[in-house]
Design a protein around this ligand. Structure first.
Ligand code: ADP
Length: 788
């Protein structure tokens, strides 16, 4: 007996967020790839409860469907969903909430904000009767597997539905609404959850879909507010979303260099008005012309009383500051998803589908989350229960417990924010004040100024002397070194490029001169911010300790490079920024194609000998093909790819104008380079499509860095400074530690440079192991190359 073909549906529910469309599109494609019937449910649980009325036939949808290798391409023109024009476009859709869907119906969805299949709050689903209707509609449409993308409310609903399912089926059967055969076949509902929430409020996952885009929107607004605040020497109180979760407020505070934040998990001291006044006055005494306070909408005091924006503004006005209140509201939800949300949603959706396929009645239902930097399955029930602990802790004023529940990164965030915002004049002195050098080496990467800023402020906070070294080792040799002041680095939180000046010169161009300058300025610890060159610089100086005593100081590197090519390290500052630039560029390119004709764009990107950037961008924008240095390019492969492109374009409706992206690493091949590949595709595409070559190089270093890069840069800078402080005692030791602060499986680690050397491939300037290589196959699946 052959197994029943699985039928998978996805719905989006609760508050909308960026990235939901990428999740829907990926679940649809993966389900089709796995040979399932595939549906979307419009308007969340509302659609599930309403179903399709008495119309359960899907035949109307089957009429004009084109198949390619058994994959249905389109039941509707995808634009119906984009336009929400169900009445005007396809009247058969206006009363149908459970809609069969094909591969091309979800084309180009990754870049769209909100949710194209609609979301709603559904009271009826909260009641058992509503869920009974939902169960009936699922069964009568033959759906046995459901993916729910939404916040904790929606996922709680999913959990309840799954728990009640056997009883609901039983009841439907006893009342004669479903047959015995249906009751047998649908005895179990396979269910998986994806966490879509702009607040990042689910305790069991590190980042929810939609949160980083919302942070991006907030920081864009804060950037604009900052300049006008500075012009008029004003104070601004900015209210952001987050009823029970301060993630957005805290991270926006770090990324934008705000002066004070109010969050629900960690209310301010009892006399918060005085505390706020003291802190802001100190920054004004330093000469700061603007004051920015970020307030989560759920901010409370230690007695659980709300702290409102107007209350905060009143305090600032007491200080005679010209104060304005801005509530950012729904702008935070909107707009095109950033690269992180597209990637997160895609990778999690892939796993959600796999979880459904592997599910059986003995297993728990999962939500797909991210812990320790990896996409993971977390039992749905436990995750919801864990999440409920947080509001309870706040309600009972157990704020320390609330903070613990938020996890390490959040707690690091508080520390980072305090170092950056408080003007301490070295009052938190250590017994042994140090002189610490801070230098940028390599090429600009979004966030390196934020890293230097945090390092300076950490040092000042602890009574150390931070020395800013200008223009890398070139400047160091010339003695371009000066003491950093608190205010000098103020605007560096969000600035792009390198405020210190940066180049690729290594210290071995003149080791003696480097040592002389370190000695002359009595530098007792060195923080090097950069990519492979930062790693190499530390290696070179550590190895020269025998001959050069000034190198016998602790040294630490902070990884910052868009190539993300450092050994034993999964994240480098600058990668979020570059991926954002790549996504925005690809969106523009595709728009140009849809206005003109069928066209392939071969986009060449930087990234050295490391394929991280093209592969992750390929996932984010659903590229048709990706070429990496690790795999290279061969003629046979080009021939295969060309066949795929021809087949793909030929299957498009007549008269369609479409663009398809090929992302090619600048070092994918020495022979078959991107312009050449584009020429071949253009020539061989003949009448079907043409091809254009584009190159993205220094643009990838970004303009304003991504907020996630700024936040991580600041967090890593604190870790670097703590490392230098801890090992300063070994300044006179012959071989003090040299390390890089790295990120592995979501954990910040201190990796000795000697260990990194073992894992480095120096000829290709990359790590020997590439943690992201598993993602390459996803590009092939999502583009349809493996199925179509
Ligand atoms: P979010 O999913 O963004 O947290 P809501 O809390 O409004 O948003 O939940 C969205 C929908 O999920 C609700 O309108 C309701 O249909 C369903 N839902 C929420 N909580 C429950 C519950 N306890 N039982 C059943 N359904 C629920």
């Amino acid at each position: 007996m052959t197994a029943q073909k699985r039928s998978v549906a996805i719905l989006t529910s609760g508050g909308d967020c960026a990235g939901m469309n990428a999740a829907v599109s990926t679940v649809v494609k993966l389900a089709l790839y796995r040979g399932c019937n595939t549906y979307v449910i419009r308007e969340g649980y509302e659609g599930l409860v309403k179903g399709n009325g008495d119309d359960v036939s899907m035949e109307h949808a089957e009429r004009d469907v084109t198949y390619l290798n058994n994959i249905p391409l389109s039941y509707h023109c995808g634009d119906f969903f984009r336009l929400g024009d169900f009445d005007g476009g396809d009247s058969s859709l206006s009363h149908r909430y459970i809609v069969k869907i094909g591969w091309d119906d979800v084309r180009g969805w990754n870049q769209m904000g909100g949710t194209l299949i609609g979301t709603a709050r559904c009271k009826e689903f909260r009641e058992r009767d509503g869920r009974l209707k939902a169960a009936f509609n699922l069964i009568r449409n033959g759906i046995d597997s459901l993916v729910v993308c939404g916040g904790d409310g929606s996922l709680t609903g999913a959990d309840i539905l799954r728990t009640e399912w056997p009883e609901l089926v039983q009841e439907l059967h006893s009342s004669g609404k479903i047959s015995e055969e249906q009751a047998q076949r649908f005895m179990h509902l396979h269910i998986a959850g994806l966490v879509g929430s702009i607040d990042n409020d689910l305790t069991s996952t590190e980042l929810t879909i939609g949160a980083s885009t919302a942070l991006q929107r907030i920081c864009e607004s804060l950037n604009s507010i900052s300049s006008t605040a500075s012009s008029h020497s004003r104070a601004f109180v900015v209210e952001v979303m987050g009823r029970h979760c301060g993630w957005l407020a805290l991270m926006a505070g770090i990324a934008s260099g705000a002066d004070y934040v109010f969050i629900p998990e960690r209310p301010p001291p009892e006399d918060w008005r005085q505390d706020l006044k003291d802190k802001l006055l100190k920054t004004r005494e330093q000469g700061k012309r603007k004051s920015i306070v970020v307030l989560a909408e759920g901010a409370i005091d230690r007695e659980l009383q709300p702290i409102t924006a107007d209350m905060v503004a009143a305090v600032l006005r007491d200080l005679h500051l010209d104060t304005r209140v801005t509530t950012l509201g729904h702008t935070q939800r909107g707009g095109s998803p950033d690269a992180n949300d597209r990637i997160l949603a895609t990778l999690q959706a892939i796993d959600a589908l796999e979880a459904l396929m592997e599910d059986d009645p003995g297993k728990p239902s999962y939500i797909i989350g991210i812990t320790q930097g990896r996409v993971r399955r977390l039992p749905l029930r436990d995750s919801i229960a864990h999440n409920n602990l947080l509001p309870e802790a706040i309600k009972e004023k157990r704020f320390d417990d609330a903070m613990k529940l938020r996890g390490k990164e959040f707690n690091d965030g508080i520390k980072t924010f305090l170092y950056n915002s408080i003007q301490m004049d070295g009052k938190a002195l250590t017994d042994e004040p140090l002189t610490i050098g801070i230098i940028h080496v390599g090429a600009p990467a979004g966030g390196i100024n934020a890293a230097a800023r945090t390092a300076v402020r950490f040092c000042l906070h602890h009574g150390h002397t931070p020395l800013l070294i200008q223009n890398g080792f070139k400047g160091l040799i010339k003695g371009q070194i000066d003491k950093a002041k608190w205010l000098r680095v103020d605007s560096w939180a969000s600035s792009g490029g390198s405020e210190l000046g940066i180049n690729r010169q290594l210290p071995d161009t003149d080791l003696d001169a480097v040592a002389t300058q370190l000695e002359k300025h009595k530098i007792q610890g060195l923080l090097i911010i950069g990519g492979f060159e930062a790693f190499q610089s530390i290696k070179i100086m550590s190895e020269a300790r025998q001959s050069h005593a000034p190198f016998r100081i602790p040294m630490v590197a902070l990884p910052a490079t868009l190539s993300n090519n450092l050994p034993l390290n999964e994240y480098s500052v600058g990668t979020y920024t570059s991926l954002d630039v790549l996504c925005r560029t690809c969106d523009m390119i595709l728009q140009s194609a849809s206005s003109s004709r069928n066209r392939v764009f071969v986009l060449e990107v930087q990234g050295g000998h490391c394929g991280f950037l093209p592969v992750m961008a390929g996932v984010a924008v659903s590229a048709s093909l990706v070429y990496t240095p690790e795999k290279g390019v061969t003629l046979t492969q080009l021939d295969e790819d060309l066949k795929f492109l021809r087949r793909r374009f030929k299957a498009d409706p007549e008269d369609s104008n479409d663009g398809r992206l090929v992302i090619c690493s600048e070092k994918a091949s020495l022979v078959y380079r991107a312009p050449f590949i584009s020429d071949i595709f253009g020539k061989e595409g003949g009448e079907i499509f043409d091809s254009r070559y584009e190159r993205l190089s220094h643009q990838l270093q970004g303009d304003t860095p991504s907020p996630l890069d700024r936040v991580e840069a600041s967090r890593l800078a604190v870790k670097c400074c703590e490392f230098l402080e801890k090992h300063a005692g070994s300044a006179c030791a012959w071989d003090p530690p040299s390390a890089m602060i790295t990120m592995r499986q979501g954990e910040v680690q201190i990796t000795p440079v000697s260990q990194m050397v073992e894992h480095a491939d120096f000829s290709f300037r990359r790590g020997k192991e590439q943690w992201w290589s598993a993602c390459e196959q996803y590009v092939d699946i999502i583009s349809g190359r493996l199925s179509i």
